[in-house]
Design a protein around this ligand. Structure first.
Ligand SMILES: [Zn+2]
Length: 534
């Protein structure tokens, strides 16, 4: 929220930003909305789009009624690897204090298409191969939000673990804008944490959440409710169960949030009806912490519910909002600030279902994310416009190594798991010791309502390119950062009209920073509130 004092400080900070980052010709944006489907590449994205019968026809993939045309690109997301004094790679997880430096993993089309397993090769023996062939959500979130690469697990800290990196949310707040975060997984999980927290390890959930509620954020929405289980059933944590509270900053923070006095001006909501009221724009609080009544994910981890006509065959939890409802509510709260806002909205459990190689629930999660993007597009066109708002829709990395059927011949497990046992799921993945790579094949469309033909090559993240769409103010800036992967375009380009241009994830920060600075260039030059002393 704007204060006279802050506006003065922001104007001074701005002149520094302008000198170093923005060119005078940059288009400006009042609002930036960054939407991240966690852990999904082109094949997974196509799988959900084919299932919906909307490949290339989702609202964010088509020309809007006002003529706004989305930019479609790929995105590379590699992280840094630590090395010793001889330049040898250190094992993932090694303390930065023991490293002599850090090197880039990189993404090179020539290397990628030379060998099937090049994007996930440390899945195989000798296990412990030091090379980190994929990023995690912490390093990717840091790059997206700060424009700086780091090693896995770091939240807005450089690879040495000593330098705090400034995020786009912090910049937006310093400029007088509001900022917020919305996720379908825990509010302090790596991706929402990377909006504003600073920590050498993503696992320090309690500290991270406490930093988030003490920051300038106006909206924090995500799961982690201590009094409900994964299926939304009420539970009472044991007296000594500190783990149950850690995602929301610990027992004391939870108690303060739920007290009449509240915490740091936040209104706490957890009832589905309260999220729906925000989505309808009713009785908007100045600041909100919204925690749906479920422990870990909105829907992905539910168990033991009735059979139903869903993709996975199990009924959804009734007592939680969907990501679209949370997103609408967040936008309504943030939009109370006349100076604009930044918000990150994450479909966080797409990744979890990718790790599990569970295609029906993976699709359910991506469909929920797509519905949230559709709701955001609708909100922008009703409450704002594409001249003042930039929407970026992308992923932070790929998960599961999803490919079309017959990409590889499986020597021991069959091309897809025969059942959901851990053994069957693991055996169906690619292992160069007993499986044979055939050729790169995209997932095959089997028509709307049918799961596309596919294989899972990995149980972990991969270094595969992910898609990126950008609509509205300043979206043309992305092409300034693009390189080309023509092989990737041959596989996935046609449904999306994608020609193979791809950017690094750090370009997402660069563009967001430039459009926020660009907007202020157009603002009145002489701000009477400017206080030179600051
Ligand atoms: Zn993951």
């Amino acid at each position: 929220m704007t204060t006279t004092l802050r506006k003065g400080a922001a104007a001074l900070a701005l002149s520094i930003v302008l000198a170093s980052q923005a060119s005078a010709a940059d288009p400006g944006a009042k609002n930036v909305i960054l939407m991240i489907a966690d852990g999904i590449g082109f094949n997974g994205w196509l799988a959900a789009d084919y299932y919906q019968g909307l490949a290339g026809r989702q609202p964010y993939q088509i020309t809007r009624p006002d003529g706004t045309v989305p930019v479609v690109l790929g995105q590379a997301h590699w992280s840094l690897n630590l090395v010793d004094a001889e330049g040898a790679l250190l094992a993932s997880g090694t303390s930065a204090a023991l490293a002599a430096g850090a090197v880039e993993q990189g993404y090179d089309p020539g290397t990628r298409w030379a060998r099937f397993e090049s994007t996930f090769r440390n899945d195989f023996p000798p296990v412990g191969l030091p090379y980190t062939s994929y990023t995690d959500s912490a390093a990717a979130g840091t790059a997206l939000h700060t424009g700086v690469k780091t090693t896995n697990a770091g939240i807005n800290m450089d690879w040495t673990g000593t330098i705090r990196l400034r995020t786009i949310a912090e910049i937006a707040i310093d400029q007088g804008r509001s900022a917020g975060t919305v996720s379908s997984v825990q509010a302090s999980h790596a991706t929402p944490a990377s909006v504003i927290a600073h920590n050498v390890s993503r696992d320090n959930y309690q500290t991270i959440f406490n930093e988030m509620v003490s920051s300038g954020l106006t909206v924090i929405m995500g799961t982690g409710h201590p009094f409900y289980d994964d299926s939304g059933r009420p539970i009472k944590p044991e007296a000594d169960d500190a783990q149950a509270f850690r995602f929301l900053g610990g027992r004391e923070t939870v108690a303060a949030l739920r007290s009449d006095a509240g915490l740091n001006g936040f209104t706490f909501i957890d009832h589905k009806a309260a999220f729906e009221a925000l989505a309808a724009g009713k009785r908007l609080p100045a600041k909100v912490v919204g925690v749906p009544r479920v422990r870990s994910t909105l829907q992905a981890s539910r168990m033991g519910l009735a059979d139903a006509d869903t993709t996975s065959g199990m009924a959804f939890i009734d007592g939680v909002p969907d990501l679209a409802t949370m997103s609408r509510g967040a936008l309504n709260v943030l939009n109370q600030d006349p100076d604009g806002f930044f918000v990150m909205i994450e479909g966080g459990a797409v990744d979890w279902m990718g790790h599990a190689n569970h295609m029906p629930r993976f699709i359910e999660e991506q469909v929920d994310f797509n519905a949230a993007v559709a709701a955001v597009v609708e909100w922008v066109e009703a409450n704002s416009n594409w001249n003042e708002t930039l929407l970026i829709v992308t992923a932070d990395h790929e998960t599961g190594g999803i490919w079309g059927a017959d990409t590889f011949r499986n020597g021991t497990g069959g091309s897809v798991a025969a059942d959901r046992s851990d053994e069957a799921v693991a055996a169906a993945r690619f292992d160069p010791a007993d499986d044979t790579f055939n050729r790169f094949v995209a997932v095959q469309d089997r028509g709307a309502g049918n799961i596309p033909a596919h294989q899972w090559a990995s149980g972990n993240h991969t270094n595969e390119l992910v898609p990126l769409w950008a609509l509205g103010a300043g979206n043309g800036l992305f092409v300034q950062y693009a390189r080309t992967d023509l092989e990737a375009a041959k596989l996935w380009g046609r449904p999306y009209g994608w020609k193979g241009g791809f950017v690094d994830n750090t370009a997402v920060f660069q563009v967001m920073n430039r459009v926020f600075a660009g907007k202020l260039v157009a603002a009145p030059a002489a701000d009477p509130a400017l206080t030179p002393a600051r």
